[in-house]
Ligand binder design. Structure first.
Ligand code: ADP
Ligand code: MG
Length: 187
């Protein structure tokens, strides 16, 4: 049963998942790499420079692959077999900070906008709850936190001390509703 580190692109999944794997001695799996190497995609979208994952094939491949407590890194929760994920940590990040990070990464503006929208609307959190069940899902607001602080919180959650991190505490809509749809606004 894998430990899933998920969230909108740019929130810090890879950074956190790699370090967590190193600290715990568990195996790190980058889902995007598996998709590429095993050709689990249905198409390639040159416009966004990304693969469109074949969800059925990905799910059955991951069903075979996941056997122990791997640390799995992906935003695509719907491509995973739910019975092979024991806990999902959804990393959250203030959309304005996320926008800066994606800008720095050189993402095209359309992709930045899509990701900001998806962070504001809790898309990954909702997908995790729908696909895995709320019991397994936790969310951590990483805004302004150091990597060490985030690892500490995740360790707490994995030690069954995650009450403070059940879904519902992060609300970007509440924080930024006044910026939505405005000229130069957030989305
Ligand atoms: P993801 O895998 O979710 O797309 P990354 O782990 O690649 O995100 O992180 C995106 C960027 O944010 C990287 O440049 C990384 O160094 C930086 N980053 C990640 N976590 C933090 C943090 N807690 N504080 C500051 N910067 C961070
Ligand atoms: Mg990543």
């Amino acid at each position: 049963m894998a430990i899933l580190i998920t969230g909108t692109p740019g929130v810090g999944k890879t950074t956190i998942a790699r370090l967590l794997a190193e600290r715990t001695g568990k195996k790190y799996i980058d889902f995007a790499e598996v998709v590429k190497n095993e050709r689990l995609y249905a198409a390639y979208d040159p416009e966004t420079n990304s693969y469109v994952v074949n969800l059925d094939r990905a799910r059955s491949y991951m069903e075979q692959l996941l056997s122990c407590e791997e640390i799995l890194d992906t935003h695509l929760v719907e491509a995973l077999p739910p019975d092979k994920v024991s806990v999902a940590i959804v990393l959250r990040l203030d959309p304005l900070v996320l926008r800066e990070r994606l800008n720095k990464r050189g993402y095209p503006s359309r992709k930045i906008r899509e990701n900001i929208e998806s962070e504001i609307l809790d898309a990954v959190l909702i997908s995790a709850i729908e696909n895995l069940g709320e019991e397994k899902v936790f969310e951590v607001d990483t805004t302004g936190k150091t990597i060490a602080e985030i690892i500490e919180i995740i360790t707490q959650i994995l030690n069954k001390n995650g009450k403070l991190y059940k879904p519902g505490r992060v609300d970007w809509l509440e924080k930024y509703y006044f910026l939505i749809g405005k000229e130069g606004g957030i989305i």
